[in-house]
Design a protein around this ligand. Sequence first.
Ligand SMILES: CC(C)(COP(=O)(O)OP(=O)(O)OC[C@H]1O[C@@H](n2cnc3c(N)ncnc32)[C@H](O)[C@@H]1OP(=O)(O)O)[C@@H](O)C(=O)NCCC(=O)NCCS
Length: 256
Amino acid sequence: MHVRLATADDAEPIRAIYNAEVLGSTVNFDLVPRTLDQQQAWLSQHSGAHPAVVAACGSTVVGFASLSPYRLRPAYATTAEDSVYVHADHRGQGVGRLLLGHILGLARQGGFHSVMARIVGDHHASIGLHRSAGFRVVGTEVEVGRKFGKWLDVALLQYMVPPGHMAQPEPARTSREVTVGSPAARLVRHDQVAVSTPRTPAESNVAISDRVLAAASSRGSARHAPVPSPSRSPRSSSGSMPNRHRPIAAPGSADM
Ligand SMILES: CC(C)(COP(=O)(O)OP(=O)(O)OC[C@H]1O[C@@H](n2cnc3c(N)ncnc32)[C@H](O)[C@@H]1OP(=O)(O)O)[C@@H](O)C(=O)NCCC(=O)NCCS
């Protein structure tokens, strides 16, 4: 078993794992299965600061995890939302833990300050998985969803990146260098903001967060701005076509 970044070839197995839950459970709030086109668009949105990874046994994909933007307003740029899905035949064997650990590692490397999980209220496996990885429950949205004739609560869980784990950006030399890497590094590099040397890890995190926000504000937060889509509700992509030109995952593209 190994975990690697997802590629376009993973669209079909990811889609199969995801659609099984669309049709058979309330763990996500989609009502209509994804098409292959939609899954490919999702994959193209999940790269760079908001990656998708797969767990594979040889060439067989048995699960996936991703980071997505948490909210569209620029001040949320240092928070991401995670998703973890394991094929039903491979649950209870540590695959979810492996995937979540990997995606949290990427969140730490990527310079995020916190990671949110939104989990349907009675989903003990996912809540247990996230709690075991260091998330804590920070709230409940009551009866915000409805699927299969039932009102559904959503539990909000949060993982705070430990001080000292955020990436330290380095000065960019060319604009090409900003096309990959952390949201912090990318924004700071792109705007050529001078990087000072903070005295403590906590100061380092705060300093980087502030630079990310300053850069996002001064740039109008183009990276994190949503693509207007009148037919698309903030949390559901059902019935609407993803925008293929969106450069990164849009808020609401976490798989819940
Ligand atoms: C939630 C999910 C990802 C867990 O993956 P998994 O590979 O079965 O989990 P793991 O075997 O790695 O278990 C890791 C930890 O998760 C928790 N956990 C997993 N299954 C659980 C269950 N049925 N009940 C309670 N806790 C559970 C436990 O804390 C477990 O640690 P432990 O084995 O030491 O007790 C998997 O059930 C799944 O894909 N479900 C459908 C998709 C989904 O709901 N995704 C989350 C959307 S919010």
